[in-house]
Ligand binder design. Structure first.
Ligand code: GLU
Length: 556
């Protein structure tokens, strides 16, 4: 009579290593007390989803704040779903947000002693473990075809019993070793299943770092652990990898809670200590059409792909801060107190996670981004804006490159002061607001109508402009300059007080804001500019005069 050992040798004749060997190859990590080993373990199925960025950020942060290790593992065992090349993209995109692993898969190479970090390259490691499970009678080959499994499901539905491959329904677990060996020898294709000892009538208590103790139904399913393509399923691969990569804390989406009992049983069967688990809330949005909450969706929401934020030019720090507000309820208050604070000084805590799904709220991201951009010093701002523009706005990137100082002085208006102005939400907002500073842009505007107040006649506008040019003096401070602008208005019958004008509007051409608006429009082609005094100083006397003359001429 053949034994489980014979079966194991028949299935894996080339596997000679043992679990003990693996334990030696991947020893316990020598880390300080409390240091967490975390990981981000995406499947290479496409772009970086905002939810994945959130998951990676949490793992990275917990490792960082405990002086532990954060590694990147590519879970590419489902080769049908794999989109080639996206593993590298994921690494790069995370890098964009400053989330760089301490070890792991880096797209074109691995770093670290616990690799390989691509599951498809770890097939032999999984086989070592499965071979031992077979020897112990805790895994077996299953020869059921897809048709048989479909039929089983129909029978189970008709009998109203729990669906799946378990207990009496698990046909192949009941074969004797001899029968199994014969079937393999006859060439019948098979997968390997785990032999569960659980019972779905039992409950188990499992601790989750965010949710506390959870009562879950014990696993009794004989899940597939090795597919016919020689690669493991997620459940089994993560067991082996997180054990041998010495993960201490698994942070992953809450969709995995339902399979947690499988994972717990697998860890127990192996006699391995399971890592801590923290199941993260899913990111939700309020559906614009129905008003109901639903999951952030790749198909429906532009903000589901992190590439959206990158293209629009949201500052990375703003996105990270925003994701922290989703993660921890006390983060916003911390940020208010530490607007320029280093994010490393904030400690993320599991007991501050919200459980009812994190709500993604674009207006809030906008506010945070405005704050971040306003508080950036001009050099950093210019640097980041340029790197954005090099990707998405080449023409304006050239403007910055040709004269970095000029650009810096423009975006420095009302920056680097006690309460900086929140002019920009994202880098794509910058040039539409400041492009007029550039001569060629201004000159091209001359072919379009200038937005002067239509209630003022052209002769009056020209008069004001002529006077402005004739008396132009930018050597004084802002207060003096402003007073002179009021005087200018007065000379052309613009009231120097709004109330006075409002009391008797027919007696005046307007009030001084209207006369200042004439100057603003003439030098910029727009009714909305950064602070006019600074704008004028940056343009300089010659350019102002050139612009005003050109505009006056066109007024006829
Ligand atoms: N590959 C799994 C996923 O993308 C990883 C889950 C985990 O972190 O364990 O959802």
């Amino acid at each position: 009579m053949a034994t489980n050992k014979d079966l194991a040798e028949l299935i894996f004749p080339d596997i000679h290593e043992t679990i003990k060997d693996l334990e030696k190859r991947y020893p316990e990590r020598n880390l300080p007390e409390g240091a967490e080993v975390t990981r981000f373990a995406p499947s290479p199925t496409g772009f970086l989803h905002t939810g994945s960025l959130f998951t990676a950020l949490i793992a990275w942060k917990f490792a960082r704040q405990t002086k532990g290790v954060y590694f990147f593992r590519l879970e590419d065992t489902d080769q049908k779903r794999e989109v080639k090349g996206t593993g590298l993209d994921l690494v790069r995109q995370l890098g964009n947000f400053g989330i760089v692993a301490n070890e792991g898969y880096f797209g074109d190479h691995d770093e670290g002693n616990y690799g390989p970090y691509e599951q498809s390259k770890r097939a032999n490691i999984y086989k070592v473990v499965i071979k031992e499970l077979i020897k112990k009678g805790r895994a077996y080959p299953c020869f059921c075809t897809k048709e048989e499994l479909d039929e089983l499901r129909l029978v189970q539905e008709a009998n109203k019993v729990i669906p799946g491959y378990y207990g009496e329904y698990a046909k192949c677990r009941h074969y004797s070793v001899d029968e199994a060996i014969d079937l393999i020898k006859s060439g019948k294709p098979y997968v390997i299943r785990f032999k569960s000892k659980g019972n779905h009538l039992n409950h188990i208590r499992v601790h989750d770092e965010i949710r506390g103790d959870m009562d879950l139904t014990e696993n009794d399913q004989d899940i597939v652990i090795l597919k016919s393509d020689g690669l493991p399923t997620y459940h089994f691969a993560h067991l082996v990898d997180d054990h041998f990569m010495r993960t201490t804390l698994i942070t992953r989406g809450e969709e995995w809670i339902s399979s947690l009992p499988i994972h717990i049983e697998l860890f127990q069967t192996m006699g391995w200590k399971a890592p801590k688990y923290a199941h993260l809330p899913v990111i939700m949005v309020n559906d614009k059409e129905t008003g109901n909450r639903r999951k952030l969706s790749k198909r429906k929401d532009k903000e589901a792909a992190t590439s959206f934020f990158i293209q629009e030019g949201y500052p990375k720090k703003g996105i990270i801060e925003y994701l922290f507000t989703i993660a921890n309820s006390n983060f916003e208050a911390w940020l208010m107190e530490n607007p320029k604070g280093d994010l490393d000084d904030f400690r993320l805590a599991f007991d501050k996670f919200s459980l009812d799904g994190a709500l993604f709220d674009l207006p809030k991201l906008s506010n945070i981004s405005k704050e971040v951009l306003a508080n950036m010093d001009k050099k950093t701002f210019a640097e980041e804006c340029l790197s954005w523009a090099r990707q998405f706005d080449l023409e304006d990137a050239k403007r910055i490159e040709e004269n970095r100082d000029y650009f810096e002085s423009i975006i420095n208006i009302e920056r680097e002061q006690e309460k900086p102005r929140k002019d920009y939400e994202k880098f794509s907002d910058v040039f539409p607001k400041i492009r007029f500073f550039y001569k060629d842009v201004f000159d091209s505007l001359l072919d379009t109508p200038f937005p002067f107040n239509p209630h003022l006649d052209k002769a009056l506008i020209k008069e004001v402009l002529e006077d402005f040019v004739a008396t132009l003096d930018l050597s004084c401070d802002e207060t003096t300059w402003f007073a002179s602008m009021k005087e200018l208005g007065k000379r052309h019958n613009f009231a120097d007080d709004r109330k006075v004008y409002k009391k008797d509007p027919t007696a005046y051409n307007g009030w001084y804001a209207d006369s200042i608006a004439i100057i603003r429009v003439a030098v910029s082609g727009s009714t909305n500019t950064p602070k006019l005094y600074d704008t004028l100083k940056i343009l300089g006397k010659d350019e102002i005069i050139r612009r005003v003359h050109a505009v006056s001429e066109r007024l006829g």
